[in-house]
Design a protein around this ligand. Structure first.
Ligand SMILES: [Ca+2]
Ligand SMILES: [Ca+2]
Length: 199
């Protein structure tokens, strides 16, 4: 084997390895994954996803783990937007379907350091390699909205996180401070995980 080929001829194929990984992270069965991937393969037959396609893909990937209501639908759109901006490196408004699947799974399923680097990029909106307080609040506000955590609690958590993570007290988190902080404090790391919906 090697790749799973569509009954419909396109050049977009999923490797067996990615297929198995998809099964693992989504709890879908073989047939579900085949059908699901076929649909995307047909819609995006040139092998590229746009922002809307990515959002749909992420929602569908995770909808068996999480019920999608209006609130978290917005969250998925937001996270998809963030993920898109990370993957669309040349800013042409499209990302390669199979590369995305491969990379996305590797990152959310990967070792802790990979995953933390990925979550860092989700938080770092302006890509200056620091997470400032506003960036922290922006992502957390989305997460807490889904978790029904209040704005008061949000403010309190932001203070806690900055106190625990910001070792050089410059009121922003470097990549190192972020990965060290999340590695030290698993409870906070769980709270900060932008991929909470994926488990
Ligand atoms: Ca930043
Ligand atoms: Ca700092």
């Amino acid at each position: 084997m090697g790749t799973r080929n569509s009954k419909n001829q396109t050049n977009v194929n999923l490797s067996d390895k990615d297929f198995e990984k998809l099964k693992k992270i989504t709890d879908k069965n073989d047939e579900d994954i085949e059908q699901w991937f076929d649909k995307f393969r047909q819609t995006y037959s040139d092998g590229y996803l746009d922002k809307k396609g990515l959002s749909q893909m992420i929602k569908e990937l995770h909808h068996t783990n999480y019920i999608i209501d209006e609130n978290n639908e917005k969250y998925f759109d937001y996270i998809a937007e963030r993920i898109f901006s990370i993957f669309d490196k040349n800013h042409d408004g499209k990302i390669e379907l199979t590369t995305f699947i491969n990379d996305y799974i590797a990152k959310i399923e990967g070792n802790n350091e990979n995953k933390l680097n990925y979550s860092f990029e989700i938080y770092d909106h302006n890509k200056d390699n620091f997470i400032d307080i506003n960036e922290l609040k922006t992502v957390l506000r989305w997460l807490f909205c889904i978790l029904n955590i209040s704005e008061v609690e949000l403010e309190a958590q932001v203070i806690t996180i900055m106190t625990m993570f910001d070792k050089d007290n410059d009121e922003k988190l470097s990549r190192q401070e972020w990965t060290d902080g999340c590695s030290r404090d698993v409870v906070l790391a769980k709270l900060l995980d932008p991929f909470l919906l994926t488990k």
